[in-house]
Structure formats: structure tokens, C-alpha cells
Design a protein around this ligand. Structure first.
Ligand code: FAD
Ligand code: SIN
Length: 531
């Protein structure tokens, strides 16, 4: 079975939906999403969207904060583009129906988070992502040019490799003709041909044992592009959010937004003593890499499983108006945040690296764009500034749409693409092989490739992963396809990329900290070595 669409969008979070809504003015959009339409990281975003709205904030200040957080590895041109387009993009969200909180005087109520020198985070209580996701879905469902297929998993992008042409990482003109997609209704892999494809598959958090990310975050887009010999970069920069609720049995880990620290909540050790001022003059509002490492260090010294976030001094009306979801969640497990300190622990949260894209969101593969968390635009460098990711998705989905609508005028469908080859495969009856390997992968990544790394830990992770890789590839080749094996394969692929990039970086920078190379290196030397 084959389908044809002008624009194939893989993923229904902020990146996919905002691109689709724009592209739909110029052609037919087919959006596929591997779970329910709102099963996205976007839905879970709490803090909000960073954008320059009122003075005394300025583009220059936001640019500077982003560059400082990125620890000298952000691309200045991309930072400039993103921040200067921030105001227009968030106002567009408002046009799509998104409600951001306002003060009594009718101005937007802006929050502050770690690394921001000004109040600039637009939010909808502490459920900003749910508000955005819901309004974008409504707009997409109303649009006659957008067809949405839920529970359909993209397995691989289609390139000339599928026409029997050899492709390597050095091939300059790899082209994307669409994707092979698993349809659960007939349990078949179908061919979706497109003129342009937008990869918007989100993050990689589930590669780790503890993560704020929903189950869909298995790094599929990154793995697909890597397999197709596209360029993937910066995977060593995995951001651990410093404050997730310590509630060991809960998956994903529940986030306690950084905006709470912005409002005055303080990090304390098990004796109730403030500790962040020992690590950084900015205290609990230092950039995330610093706060997460400080907490990791406190936990190692004390042997505790968590530290505390003390929000008891926050006024009641602030809790009820800005943090009602966190208040209710904590209360549901017996913690009244107006009286009790909140036990918190870091968890894997965000991938700064991903599919390398240019200033128009285009990847190294022709006709393939990427936006949102699966992309590496160069904005975040070695560490993302809080609330810059929803913004990044909006800016680059917009820019990609401008380029893509021009491109489709010159592109034809490639009708010679063959159907998916299922020869020699049998039904795999042993799900335990998948679930167990996934657990092993998460244990390896959490223990050896977490907040603090070393040569020995990375080597051990690499060796263990090689075994899992071999076993899983073997199983994949023999199995009739089903989503779980595809996702596991992608997770192993992503784990490999994180380890490999971490091994290659012989220094500590931003989110990557190595006990063997604790120093920063000269940036020009680092760049030369990586070329
Ligand atoms: P997602 O929203 O994750 O969407 C990915 C989509 O791709 C999903 O629809 C998924 O089903 C689909 N998909 C994946 N693989 C496939 C496949 N193989 N085939 C078909 N479909 C597929 N950022 C901020 O800027 N501000 C915040 O306040 C903030 N808070 C956050 C709080 C939490 C708890 C989390 C987890 C993240 C937060 N972030 C925040 C980060 C931000 O939410 C994400 O980076 C952003 O939403 C990613 O959007 P996306 O569209 O790239 O991906
Ligand atoms: C948060 O609300 O702390 C998360 C913000 C983000 O990840 O950008």
C-alpha cells in the first residue's frame, strides 16, 4: 500500500503541529504520530516559552543568557535568529488560541527560570505545554488539508539506498523520498511518498532509567536519520533537570518546574541547609547543568536519595495561581508544599543534540527537515537555557515551512520506490527479549553515562551496548515488524551516539562532565578537533 502527500510530518508535538499548520496553506499534509495525537513531551511542558516581550528585557539580554548557558558552543547566528524571532512566534501562538497568564493590569505575567537575567517566560499556570498542545491540535483538526494518522510508527526514511544505490556518510546528495510507516490496523508496513518530510519526533529521555519524558521519547527520528547516513551531532549534551519529584515508582518522573525556584523556592540538603550558594553565586537559579551536578554531588556526599526544594515561604496565592498542578500532585502523595519541603532528584530531561540542521531547519539529507527536540539547530550548544526549546521548535518549524513550500514546487514524487521487504521474517513470540534489553540499556545509561562521566564508565557502557546492539539487530532482521522492536533498536542507536560523542569530547563542557577531563578546552581547538 502506498500513499502520496506533499508534506509528510512525523510527530504531533509543537514542532510537527506548527509546521503542519503553515505548510497546509500550500499543499496536502500527512501527519503521522506513533501514539495518541497528544502523547508528546510538548503536553508536559510546565515552565513556559521564553521570549522577549517587555522592557527592561531586550533581545541582546536574551541572546547573552542563551550564549552563556550554551557554554561557548551555541551558534551565534542561530541564537540571534531565534531570539529576534521570538516575539513574532509567541504572538502567533496567541493567534492560534493559546492563553498565556496575565497580571491584573492585563500585561503578560512573565516568570523567571535558571540562567535568565530577566522575567521573560510566558506561561499558562504550570501546564503551559498542555495548553499549547491542545490549541494546536484543535487548529490542525479543523484544517482540511491536514490528515492525521494516529498510532502509526515511522520505521525508516526512504532514500536512494532503497533503490539499490549505495549511500555513505560522505555521499553529498542523499535524498529523502518519504518514509516506511507501520500501520497497526493491518499490521503492515506502508510506503508514504512525500515531496518534503519534516522530522519532529521529539526527544530521547527513555534511554535513561529516570526521565521526565513520556514513553514516546525513544529517539526514533535521530536514529532514522543516522541510519540513513545523515548528520547527527552533540548527543553527549543530555540535560538532566535538577528537580523532579522523588517518587521512585513513578514513570515518567514528575517535574517540579524551575519557575518555582524563579518564584523563590530554595534547594536544601537533608538537614534543611541551603547548599547551592556553595556552588554558584546565582544559587538555585544557576543554569541547569550546574544545579544538577551540585545536587548529584550533595547526594553522593550524604548518601541520601534526594534533596529538598523548599517552597513553604511562597505566598499562598502564588502557589494557587501559578503552581496549582504541582500543588495538587504533591498533595496526592501526602506532601503539602505550603507546609512540607518537596523531595527532589535530577532526571534525564532534554537532548540538546540531534539531527544537524541549518538556519532553515533543513538536515544534511535533501528534502528532509527536522525541528523541535530531535533537531540540533545550534541554539543550545552545550546546555539549553530553560524554556528555550518550545521557542526553538516554533522558530525553526516556521523557517522550515518557508523553505519547504518553495521546495515542493521543484520536487516530484519518486514512484520507483519499492514496497517494504518482509522476506524471511517470522512473528517474534518472546516479548521478554525486548523488555529485558530495554531495562539493561536504561541501567547502563543511567549508571555510566549520567550527569558525571569518566573514561572507564563510558568504555564499560560502550562494551555492554555492543552486545545489546548485536542481539537486537539479529532479532530485528528475523522478526515481523512491531513497534516495540523498532523503538528498542532506535534507543540502542541513540545510546551508542551519546556514548560515542561523550568519548570523543576530551574536556568538560556544559552538560558533559568528565572526571578524567575536568577542564574546559580552548574552543577553537575543540572545533578543529571535531572537523
Ligand atoms: P514532542 O512534543 O515530544 O512530540 C514528538 C512527537 O513525535 C510525538 O507525537 C510522538 O508520538 C511522535 N513520534 C516519535 N517517534 C515517532 C515515530 N517513529 N513515528 C511516528 N511518530 C513518532 N521546554 C520548554 O521550552 N519549556 C518548558 O516549560 C518545558 N517543560 C518541559 C517539561 C517536561 C516534563 C518535559 C518532558 C519537557 C519540557 N520541555 C520544556 C521540553 C519541551 O517540552 C520539548 O523539548 C518539546 O515539547 C519537544 O517538542 P517536539 O515537537 O519536538 O516533540
Ligand atoms: C521547567 O519548567 O522547569 C522546564 C522548563 C524547560 O525544560 O525548559
Amino acid at each position: 500500500m502506498r500513499h502520496k502527500v506533499d508534506f509528510l510530518v512525523i510527530g504531533s508535538g509543537i514542532a510537527g503541529l506548527s509546521f503542519a499548520l503553515k505548510a497546509a496553506n500550500y499543499g496536502k499534509v500527512g501527519m503521522i504520530t506513533k501514539s495518541k495525537i497528544d502523547d508528546t513531551a510538548t503536553k508536559y511542558a510546565q515552565g513556559g516559552v521564553a521570549a522577549v516581550i517587555y522592557s527592561p528585557d531586550t533581545y541582546e539580554k536574551h541572546i547573552r543568557d542563551t550564549m552563556i548557558a550554551g557554554d561557548e558552543l551555541s551558534n551565534p547566528k542561530i541564537v540571534d535568529i531565534t531570539i529576534r524571532e521570538s516575539t513574532a512566534r509567541v504572538l502567533e501562538l496567541v493567534e492560534w488560541g493559546v492563553n498565556f497568564d496575565k497580571t491584573d493590569s492585563g500585561k503578560y505575567a512573565l516568570a523567571k527560570e535558571g540562567g535568565h537575567s530577566e522575567f521573560r517566560v510566558l506561561h499558562h499556570k504550570d501546564i503551559t505545554g498542555a495548553e499549547i498542545e491542545q490549541k494546536l491540535i484543535l487548529a490542525a483538526k479543523r484544517n482540511k488539508n491536514i490528515t492525521i494518522l494516529e498510532n502509526c510508527l515511522a520505521i525508516d526514511i526512504i532514500t536512494q539506498h532503497h533503490l539499490g544505490v549505495e549511500v555513505s556518510r560522505k555521499t553529498p546528495d542523499i535524498r529523502c523520498f518519504g518514509a516506511y510507516v507501520y500501520n497497526p490496523n493491518n499490521k503492515k508496513v506502508e510506503t508514504v511518498l512525500s515531496k518534503v518530510t519534516m522530522m519532529a519526533t521529539g526527544g530521547i529521555g527513555t534511554v535513561y532509567g529516570h526521565t521526565t519524558n513520556p514513553n514516546i521519547a525513544t529517539g526514533d527520528g535521530i536514529a532514522m536519520v543516522y541510519r540513513a547516513k545523515g548528520t547527527v551531532e552533540g548527543m553527549e549534551f543530555v540535560q538532566f533537570h535538577p528537580t523532579t519529584l522523588y517518587n521512585p515508582k513513578e514513570t515518567p518522573s514528575f517535574l517540579i518546574t524551575e519557575a518555582m525556584r524563579g518564584a523563590g523556592a530554595i534547594l536544601k540538603d537533608r538537614n534543611g541547609d541551603e547548599f547551592m550558594s556553595k556552588y554558584d553565586a546565582r544559587g538555585a537559579l544557576a543554569p541547569r547543568d550546574i544545579v544538577a551536578r551540585a545536587i548529584d554531588n550533595e547526594l553522593k556526599i550524604s548518601g541520601s536519595d534526594f534533596v529538598y526544594l523548599d517552597a513553604t515561604a511562597l505566598p499562598k496565592d502564588v502557589i494557587f495561581s501559578h503552581f496549582p498542578n504541582i500543588y495538587a500532585k504533591c498533595l496526592s502523595i501526602g506532601i503539602d508544599i505550603m507546609r512540607d519541603m518537596i523531595p527532589v532528584v535530577p532526571a534525564a530531561h532534554y537532548s540538546c543534540g540531534g539531527i544537524k540542521t541549518d538556519e532553515w531547519g533543513e538536515s544534511s539529507i535533501q528534502h528532509l527537515f527536522a525541528s523541535g527536540e530531535c533537531a540540533s539547530t545550534g541554539l543550545h550548544g552545550a546546555n539549553r537555557l530553560a524554556s528555550n526549546s518550545l521557542l526553538e521548535a516554533l522558530v525553526f518549524s516556521h523557517r522550515a515551512s518557508l523553505k519547504a513550500v518553495e521546495d515542493i514546487k521543484k520536487i516530484d514524487f519518486c514512484d520507483e520506490i519499492p514496497e517494504w521487504d518482509t522476506e524471511g521474517t517470522v512473528l517474534n513470540e518472546e516479548m521478554v527479549l525486548i523488555t529485558q534489553t530495554k531495562k539493561e540499556l536504561q541501567t547502563i545509561m543511567s549508571n555510566y553515562v549520567g550527569i558525571v562521566r569518566s573514561n572507564l564508565r563510558l568504555q564499560r557502557a560502550f562494551d555492554r551496548l555492543e552486545i545489546l546492539y548485536g542481539e537486537t539487530e539479529e532479532l530485528y532482521k528475523k522478526s515481523i515488524l512491531f513497534p516495540e522492536i523498532c523503538e528498542l533498536r532506535n534507543m540502542i542507536n541513540v545510546g551508542y551516539l551519546i556514548i560515542k560523542n561523550a568519548m570523543d569530547r576530551k574536556e568538560s563542557r556544559g552538560l558533559h562532565y568528565s572526571l578524567d577531563y575536568p577542564e574546559h578546552r580552548d574552543v577553537s581547538q575543540v572545533t578543529r578537533d571535531m572537523l
